[in-house]
Structure formats: structure tokens, C-alpha cells
Write a new protein. Structure first.
Length: 400
């Protein structure tokens, strides 16, 4: 068999992605290497996934040790890594109960089903889920329907019903929408895919108060913001607003697939035996890796690095912008940053991403106008400077 190349993607894969022309084969820390040995500095971390960089020794150790012990049992049995991880998540958050699954979409699917189940048990007239326009919650039919980007939910036949959307960060619109029919309000504390747009503290506080006043649940989708990315273990802790249900994935496994839904005992009891499940949820390999991630991330040292590297990256982007005048603003929280292209360059974030890759630095876009940065939480000062240097050349070439 001939060695695989990027051309094989077009020949063999379902064409729902358009990957870059270069093909990574190895990663270490915040660096990736392609098939020809060229290196790339990684300011994307997958999409906010490889929270400890590539092949972090604590994760390699956890994975390989667990690989010698036990890979899988069904949910007719439980296992030690899942129980240890659940205990750590409960100890570190508002939650009293944890449900494990394999992705962000599945964590949200569980959250939305649980909210509907709670409503159906307490008050069957209540079924409405209120979400934000431009939000992103995953790609299952329920999660694209709750997500506020119609382009992702159209063309797949009838959608789940009783879902409405209100503009993000608009307290009056949320107040007008919530009623005795509302079973849950769903919010991303920072809209990630929607353009790295942080919620205001007042908005999250209002969402909490409105949910309480109308007997609805408050769900925070922290799939992208969670596990240290914003400068706390979860962003809700920085906002000082506690949800009833929180979903986590992406950074939780640091590159190994896992998702989690966190909630209180009171709410969790509505998922009684047999009401919901998934074959791989609580997989020992995934949970062992996630435990190593939590142990490493939930430390003062890593949180201090997030704050310091975020300041460095922001300052570097502001300095490049002072020179080149590309961005209207740099926004975000911790190491989830978005540089918003100004009107002159509107719609061209994809070109910036491509130019950056040519210069050997990986960045992301978040919609057509925002260049997104979500590096490893343990990226070094030297790596950030080097990446900013490469990005500077890329932006210069882009501004032409
Ligand atoms: C990525 C993302 C999801 C979906 O996660 P998957 O693991 O791709 O299913 C859901 N919500 C938010 C906020 C995300 O950023």
C-alpha cells in the first residue's frame, strides 16, 4: 500500500470537512509536525481540546497505565477511573452528580433530555427550551435545533419542537421570552463558535433569576469554556452564577474523547435507571486520561499560566494590530480569545487562518469575521512569542 497523503481524504472520506492541505503526524507540547518534518506552533489545540498540549507526560502515563489494566466494561458494571473522576468533578464544582458520555453534543443531548424529563415529571405543560441566537451546542438533531445557527439544522427533515431563540446578552429579550412553559434556558458563558463573545455578568445573573422566577432550569454549555480555559476550572465560577446543569467535553479529555454532564442530586434523580445511557460513557481509558487532565489543570500554577499567557497573547495581538490595523477588537476570556476583523477586512477570517498556516502557526476562525485563539493551557512564554512572530508575518502578508 502506498503511503497515505492528503489526496486520500478526497478519495475516501465523506466530504463534510475541508481539511488543510498539510497533514500532521506528530505533536509535542504546543508544536505539531507534518509529513515532511515542517513544524507548526499550535494556537488552536484542536478546537480548545488539547488543553495540556500534545502528548503531555501525565496524560501519556495515565493512558498507558490504564491500557494495561482495563479498557472497557458495560454500564452493568462501574469502574474505578470513572468513580475517581466523578468524585473530583463533584469536589471541584457545584455539582453533586455526574453523567459521562463521549462528546459535547452528547453531553448537551443528555442535558436537554434531562431538562425535558424534569419538566415532564413535574409539570407536563412545560416543554420549551430557550437558547441564544448564534449559539452552538453540537451536531445531533436535538443539539443543532437548540443551537442558534439555522444553517446547521436545515435540510434534515422535521426538527424537535418547542425551542426558541433570543438574541445573546439581551436581558430584555430573555425576560420577554421566559414563561410558565419554559423548561430550560441554555447559555454558553462565552459563545465560542458564535465568535468568542463573552456573556455579561448581568446577563447570566438575569438568566439565573428568570429561571428561578419561572421554575425553569438554567443550563450552561461549558463544552468550550470549561476545564481551565477561561482562567477558572469552569467559567461559571468566575461569573459567580451557578447553573442547574453544566456540560463539559473538549478540554476535559485533552484529546481523548469524553463528555460529562454535571448537575445536582435533586435534578439527577429524574434520570432513573433505564431512562438514558450510552455504551462508552464512563470508559476507563477516557476517565483515566480526564482525571490526569483535571489533576493538572485544577492547580494554581496552570491557572496562573492561563492568566499570564492570555495577557501576553492579547498584548501581542494588540501590538500587531497597532501596526496593521486589521482588528476592531480583541475579546474573550483567558485563553479563549477572538480577534474581530474590522469592516475593511470583514468576512476574511478563513484567509487569515490559511495565511497563518503558511507561516507555521495554527489558529482558528469563529465565524467569518473572527480569528480565534485557544492554545494549550500550559503553553510557554517562548512558544507564544514565537507564534506571535510567525503570526505577524502572516498578518503582514494578508494585509498585503
Ligand atoms: C464544540 C462544542 C460543542 C459540541 O461538542 P462535540 O464534542 O463536537 O460534540 C457543544 N457546545 C459547545 C459550546 C462547543 O464549543
Amino acid at each position: 500500500m502506498h503511503p497515505v497523503t492528503r489526496a486520500d481524504f478526497d478519495q475516501y472520506m465523506v466530504p463534510n470537512y475541508a481539511p488543510a492541505q498539510w497533514l500532521p503526524v506528530r505533536g509535542q507540547g504546543s508544536r505539531l509536525w507534518d509529513q515532511h518534518g515542517r513544524d507548526y506552533l499550535d494556537l488552536a489545540a484542536g478546537i480548545a481540546v488539547t488543553s495540556l498540549g500534545h502528548c503531555h507526560p501525565a496524560m501519556v502515563k495515565a493512558l498507558t497505565e490504564q491500557a494495561q489494566q482495563l479498557w472497557h466494561v458495560s454500564n452493568t458494571l462501574t469502574n474505578e477511573p470513572a468513580l475517581r473522576l466523578a468524585r473530583k468533578l463533584v469536589d471541584a464544582t457545584f455539582a453533586e452528580r455526574v453523567f459521562f458520555c463521549n462528546s459535547g453534543a452528547e453531553a448537551n443531548e443528555a442535558a436537554f433530555k434531562l431538562a425535558r424529563k424534569v419538566a415532564s415529571d413535574r409539570d407536563p405543560a412545560r416543554d420549551e427550551i430557550i437558547a441564544a441566537s448564534n449559539s452552538f451546542h453540537g451536531r445531533t438533531l436535538f443539539t443543532v435545533s437548540v443551537g442558534g445557527q439555522p444553517k446547521y439544522s436545515e435540510g434534515f427533515g422535521p426538527r424537535p419542537q418547542a425551542i426558541s431563540h433570543v438574541p445573546y446578552n439581551d436581558i430584555a429579550a430573555l425576560r420577554a421570552a421566559v414563561s410558565a412553559r419554559t423548561c430550560a434556558i441554555v447559555v454558553e458563558p462565552v459563545q465560542g463558535e458564535g465568535g468568542v463573545l463573552p456573556a455579561s455578568r448581568e446577563y447570566l445573573q438575569a438568566a439565573r433569576e428568570l429561571a428561578d422566577a419561572h421554575g425553569a432550569l438554567l443550563i450552561f454549555d461549558e463544552v468550550q469554556t470549561g476545564v481551565g480555559r477561561t482562567g477558572a476550572l469552569y467559567a461559571y465560577q468566575q461569573y459567580g452564577v451557578t447553573p442547574d446543569i453544566l456540560t463539559s467535553a473538549k478540554g476535559l479529555g485533552g484529546g481523548f474523547p469524553i463528555g460529562a454532564m454535571l448537575t445536582t442530586s435533586e435534578i439527577a434523580q429524574h434520570f432513573s435507571v433505564g431512562t438514558h445511557g450510552t455504551t462508552y460513557g464512563g470508559n476507563p481509558l477516557a476517565c483515566a486520561v480526564a482525571e490526569a487532565v483535571i489533576d493538572t489543570v485544577n492547580t494554581a500554577e496552570v491557572q496562573a499560566n492561563v492568566t499570564a499567557r492570555a495577557a501576553q497573547l492579547r498584548a501581542g495581538l494588540e501590538a500587531l494590530n497597532a501596526e496593521l490595523g486589521l482588528f476592531a477588537e480583541v475579546r474573550g476570556m483567558g485563553l479563549l480569545l477572538g480577534a474581530v476583523l474590522n469592516d475593511h477586512y470583514a468576512g476574511r477570517a478563513g484567509e487569515v487562518v490559511a495565511k497563518a498556516a503558511e507561516a507555521g502557526v495554527i489558529v482558528l476562525q469563529a465565524g467569518p469575521n473572527v480569528v480565534r485563539f485557544a492554545p494549550s493551557l500550559v503553553i510557554g512564554e517562548g512558544e507564544v512569542s514565537e507564534a506571535l512572530g510567525r503570526l505577524g508575518s502572516a498578518l503582514q502578508a494578508f494585509a498585503g
